[in-house]
Design a protein around this ligand. Sequence first.
Ligand SMILES: [Zn+2]
Length: 496
Amino acid sequence: MAQATTTIRHIMSYQPHHGDWFASNQALFNQIASFYFAVIQAHIMVLDHPKKEALTILETLTHTTQRNPNPAMPLSDIAQDIPAYFRRAAIHAALGSAHSFHTHLQKWKQRKEKAIVKGKTFHERPPVPPRTWNKSVTLYQGMWKERSNKSIMIKVWTGVCWSWIKVRITGRELPSDVESGSPSLVRKGHQWWLHTPVEKQFQNPGKIATQVTTNPQTKICAIDLNINENLAVCTVQTVEGTILATKFIKGGKEISGFRKRQLGHIARNRSRTGIMAESQQDNTDLWKKIRQVDEQCAHRISARIVQFAQQHQATILVFEHLGNLKPAKGKYSRRGNSKRAYWMKGRIFTYTKYKAYTMGMLTSRVSPKNTSRECACCHHLIVRYHAGQPAEGYTSGAPLAFCPCCGMKGNADRNASLVIGQRLRERYDPQEKPQALRRVLKNTGVAVSQDAGCEEGPSILIAGHGDTNEHGTAQDALFRMDEHSSDIPHQLRFLF
Ligand SMILES: [Zn+2]
C-alpha cells in the first residue's frame, strides 16, 4: 500500500480572550519541550532508541509516580499537573528537534574532519541548539473531543488552569476515506487555525517502468507547460502511441496581464519614493496580491490537469524538465513578469505531482531538448508560424506547426505535448528510440576508433542482420536518419 499525507486547515472562531489562552497554552508547551530538549542533551543515548522507547526513558527520567518517586530531572520543578498527553506531545516535539540538531551536528563534524584531512582551513560554524521555541501545540487524544464538521472541544492551559473550551471551525470537511492524525493549534498572525494531517491509503501504483513495459493499455498524460495563452496543453496517449484526448488549459494572457499591471504599479511607486531602505519590504499589498494570484492560478491549473488525466484513466503524468530561466529583456514589469511566469511553471509541476499522487498517479519528467521543434510524427524539425503567415522558418512561440517532411499540420503546443509523451515511452522501449539511436551511433564511432571489436553499440540496430556488414548497416541507418552527423561515417569508413 502507498500513502499520501496532506494537511486540512480550518479557521477557528472563538471569543477574543480565548486567543490569549491559546497563546499561554503554546508558551507552556514550548517551555516543556525546551525542558525535554535539555533532558535529552544530558542523556544523549536516548536518541539511539526508537520513538516509543525514548518516550518511556524520558518519562522515567522526569515523571514522578508511586513506582518512580525520585526521577533524576523532575518535570514538576518547572510545571505542575501537566496532562499526560500534553506532556507526550511536548516530548515528541523535543525529540524531533533533538534528532534534527544532532544529525546536523554529525554532518558538520564529518565535513570538519574531511577538511582537516585534506589540510584545508574550516570556517563553517557548528549548528546551535534552538535558542527559542515556537512549536505549535499538537493535540493528542485526551486533549480534544466531540469533533464535528462545525466545532471541536479542546483542552487548553489558560495561564491559570486547564479548561475545556468549544470552538467553531470553518473549512472543508475531512474526507471520509482517510485516516486523520492529531490536530494542532497553529497561529498565523493574530488568527488561530486548526491543522489536521490526514493520511490516505491506496493501492501502490507500481513503478512507471513496470507499468509501461508490462501493460500496453497504460495511459500516459503528457503536459506541455507554457507562458503564453495556453498555460498547459495535455494529451492522453497509450503506451502503443494512440492519441486519445487533448485539452488546452487557457488563461495565460489574463494572469500575465494582471501581473504586469501590478509590477508596473510597483515600479512607478518605487520611482516616486526614490531610494529604499535595505531589507525593507515595499509595496507589501501589491506583492501580496501578485503572490496570491500566482498561487491560486497554479493550484487551479494543477487541479485541472489532474482532473483531465483522471477522466481519461491516465496513470502516469509526464512533464518536461524546466529549462533555465531566460528572463525577457525590457522594462522592470516585463522582466519581472517573465521570471514569475517561469516560477509558476515550477509550481504547477509541484502541485500537480502531489495532487496526482493522492489519486494514485505517478509523475515523471523528460528532457526538454527541442520538444517544441521536433515533429511528433517523424521527429524531423518543424516549422512554426503565425496564422496568415507563410509556413516557413521558425518563429519561437508561434501557435502553428508544420512538418515539411511528413506534412503534419497542427497546434505547436499540442505537438510539443505529444513529443513529451513519446519521450517517456521511448525511455522504456529500445525499438522506438530515435534520440538514443543517434547517441548509440555517435558512441559507436568513438568506440570503434578505440576498439574495432566493440559490438555493444550497434547491436540494437543490427538485430537480425549478419555479422559481416554490421558497421555498414549502422552507416546506412545513419544516413537515412540524420544527415548532420556525416563526420561519424568517415571515422567508420576510415577504419575499414
Ligand atoms: Zn513530420
